[in-house]
Write a protein of this length. Structure first.
Lengths: 370, 392
């Protein structure tokens, strides 16, 4: 999702929308929620083979699509609309961005496996806080024969689904990045029973776990700063898509639900709230589109734009989802209605990668208010 | 990031920049950022500046050459307005004619009307005021009661208009009148008439606003006259004429407003720095929200403008983003005014120095923005019914 999209990008949107219509219907989302695996493996393979979703931003020589961030942003927006329950944000954004940034043969090998749809991968950074902060990293890595990582990452996106977990850990040289195989010794992965069952979260503990250093020792945070912006914007696009979809669903209901002999959408008390929600949805789309363009172009204001998108899209999505339950009335409070799926996704997205208040602090710092 | 229009306009952009650098000097330079379409501060200086613009042929950029315009396209207009606002050139005074009446005449006026009025507007020889609202017709504009009756080749006008911006400066008014006596016809019985001010039947009285300035007026018509040929777009077509051109989103006004709000936010950050308010995390977070608000205005404007300039889209005049921008910008601007007063604290409320005056002006004048040009409530109705498709 960029400020200006090309015809080719719009075609990608149509393809992605078609795929999701087939594999990410509400019933599909619920099947994944109720199952144990966290995603539909067949749909995941299809996404790789037919669209190349996982490898969109991976260079062609590694088997990817060779596209840029703008295309990834479109896919995330569409995925967000249907709450697509799959390890897309972790694999195609977090892990892929990190591996592309660090380079080297090991990263290239992992990227080729991601592009082929064979490897789910994630990135574990945050510890005590959800916001990424180098001072927050206490997980440590030491070198004897090879590198070994020890510590705990309490909230790792798709940690139980990943075949490879990329880890931010502290060495004598500073924060560094490592790759850990999911079957490695000394690795404990515990799936979390989160409120939002459309997204998988795990607690991951490392105890002398063998790991491969990615990039230069001590240069991890430099990489993560860039990865962070991409993660924030991808999430913001997902949120903008979710906000738009939930508003559409609500408006549709307001047109058909009759009370007092008329559609409840004809009452001004409802109309004006919907108008305000549309302002928020459109503003969220603007913030996400601007940030996508800024990140794709590597603009100076990319980090500020990314945090702004995170703040605004978090608030907008949550507000629209909360209002959706209210405007649906009793039915919106039931398990069988999808309103709560969006509501929970909105709240979990607000927390993921740092709360809005933490990003306001980041913005204040970035623009020199403190 | 500044991706407004393509490289093919960079020569034009350079021309605008050069002209502004050479002419926005001296007294004009000292009045950067002064005034607005609803603020008459430094009127005479701004009038002189508008004549300077006229001599440079920068007024009516998109108007045809035969009427004194440049015959340029929307992209040039957007580039010009953006550079104009970036240079903080003083706000133009005859906005009513340049932005509203001019385009209306171009679309619906007779050839004679165009030849008579457009060159004079571009030469800054004729000020215009709008006669739409009435005491009984605000949000419900179709309830207009001002009557116009044809007799002896002249329209005879009786009634009252209100909220005429810069009405006491106007030489002519464009007036929405009821020409069919049957009030039940509502919007179908209306006609747009052009009426000269300098006659016994027209009386204009300024109204003081809550900031004690007099930007708007009420106009009384007591058998006021205008010639039969002063109808725009045909008798009975007033509503269509007014709605088709006045509600059209051109994109060129969006960027200047955003840039002026950006300037206000930057000034506010400076005030907060001086006063120590930046040391307070809660204040800092609210300032960041103000910055986020203006950033989103900017991002939405870029979307709207990109869409307007995109040959593939339908012109985008009714895109959702454009429709919500008035509602969202006016609300945001009010919040900014409230924050400005809070950051300056007691000084803003009890003091009288320049900083206090500026904060108070923003605080007070922004209250009008959710009322004029269609109240926020009317905007919400329009968004809900026309964009979201909720039932009437």
């Amino acid at each position: 999702m960029a400020l200006i999209t090309t015809d080719e990008q719009e075609a990608l949107r149509d393809v992605m929308r078609g795929f999701l219509r087939k594999y990410s219907k509400e019933s599909d989302v619920r099947t994944v929620m109720d199952g144990g695996s966290g995603y539909d493996a067949e749909a995941w393979r299809t996404a790789a083979e037919q669209i190349g979703v996982q490898g969109l931003a991976i260079p062609e020589e590694m088997g990817g699509g060779g596209y840029g961030f703008d295309e990834l942003a479109i896919v995330m927006e569409e995925a967000g609309r249907t709450l697509y329950p799959a390890p897309l944000l972790s694999t195609a954004v977090l892990a892929t961005s990190t591996l592309l940034a660090v380079g080297g043969p090991h990263a290239a090998d992992l990227l080729a496996r991601i592009a082929a749809g064979e490897l789910i991968a994630t990135l574990a950074v945050a510890e005590a806080k959800l916001h990424w902060d180098p001072d927050d990293i206490t997980t440590a890595a030491e070198k004897s024969d090879g590198w070994a990582v020890s510590g705990t990452k309490p909230y790792v996106l798709d940690g139980a689904q990943a075949g490879v977990i990329l880890v931010a850990a502290r060495t004598a040289a500073g924060v560094s990045l490592f790759a850990v195989e999911s079957h490695a010794d000394g690795l404990t992965i515990k799936s979390l029973e989160s409120m939002d069952r459309t997204r998988c979260m795990a607690a991951v503990s490392f105890d002398g776990t063998p790991a491969v250093l990615l990039g230069d020792d001590g240069s991890g945070w430099q990489t993560l700063r860039e990865v962070y912006d991409r993660a924030l914007v991808a999430l913001a696009c997902e949120q903008a898509g979710g906000a738009q979809a939930v508003l559409e669903m609500t408006v549709e209901y307001l047109n058909v639900r009759q009370q007092f002999g008329r559609p409840i959408g004809s009452f001004q008390a409802i109309k004006h709230r919907c108008a305000d929600l549309l302002v928020e949805v459109e503003s969220a789309r603007s913030a996400a589109a601007y940030a996508s363009t800024a990140v794709a172009a590597g603009s100076d204001d990319a980090s500020v734009a990314a945090s702004i998108a995170k703040v605004y899209c978090s608030q907008a999505f949550y507000h629209v989802a909360a209002e959706s339950i209210q405007m649906h009335g009793g039915i919106g409070f039931t398990w069988e209605h999808p309103a709560h799926l969006y509501f929970k996704r909105a709240k979990s997205s607000e927390a993921l990668f740092g709360w809005p208040a933490e990003h306001r602090d980041r913005i204040a710092k970035l623009i020199g208010l403190v | 990031m500044d991706p407004i229009v393509g490289d093919e306009y960079s020569a034009f952009r350079e021309e605008v920049r050069t002209w502004l650098a050479e002419h926005l000097v001296g007294e004009f330079y000292d009045h950067r950022g002064v005034g607005s379409p609803t603020d008459d501060t430094a009127w005479d200086m701004r009038l002189a500046w508008e004549r300077e613009l006229s001599e440079g042929n920068w007024l009516g950029l998109t108007w045809p050459v035969e009427y004194g315009g440049r015959g340029a396209g929307l992209a040039e207009e957007i580039v010009f307005e953006y550079e104009y606002a970036r240079a903080a050139a003083p706000a133009r005074v005859n906005t009513q004619a340049l932005e509203l009446l001019g385009p209306t005449l171009l679309a619906h006026g007779s050839e004679e009307q165009k030849r008579r009025f457009l060159p004079r507007i571009l030469a800054v020889e004729q000020m215009w005021g709008q006669g739409f609202s009435e005491p009984g017709a605000g949000s419900d504009l179709a309830a207009v009661r001002t009557r116009a009756v044809l007799g002896d080749g002249e329209w005879h006008i009786d009634g009252q208009k209100v909220w005429t911006t810069f009405g006491d400066r106007a030489d002519w008014l464009y007036v929405l009148c009821r020409t069919d006596a049957d009030a039940s016809l509502r919007h179908r019985g209306l006609t747009l008439l052009l009426v000269p001010v300098d006659q016994p039947g027209v009386e204009i009285r300024p109204i003081e606003n809550i900031a004690r300035s007099a930007e708007f007026s009420e106009c009384f018509f007591n058998d006021a006259r205008t010639t039969e040929d002063m109808v725009v777009g045909g008798v009975g077509n007033g509503w269509m004429v007014v709605m088709s051109t006045l509600s059209r989103e051109r994109g060129s006004a969006l960027m200047p407003m955003q840039l002026s709000v950006e300037r206000e936010v930057a000034e506010l950050v400076g005030v907060a720095r001086d006063s120590g308010a930046l040391g307070d995390r809660r204040m800092r977070q609210r300032l960041v929200d103000a910055l986020i608000g203006v950033h989103i205005m900017r991002a939405t404007n870029l979307r709207v403008v990109s869409d307007l300039l995109d040959a593939r889209s339908s012109g985008g005049a009714t895109t959702a983003a454009a429709t919500v921008s008035k509602l969202s910008a006016s609300t945001h601007h009010q919040r900014l005014g409230e924050l400005a007063v809070e950051i300056l604290g007691a000084e803003a409320i009890f003091g009288s120095d320049d900083r206090a005056e500026n904060a108070r002006k923003l605080f007070l004048l922004s209250r009008a923005e959710t009322i004029y040009g269609g109240t926020s409530e009317i905007q919400r109705n329009i968004i809900a019914e026309r964009v979201l498709g909720l039932p009437r």
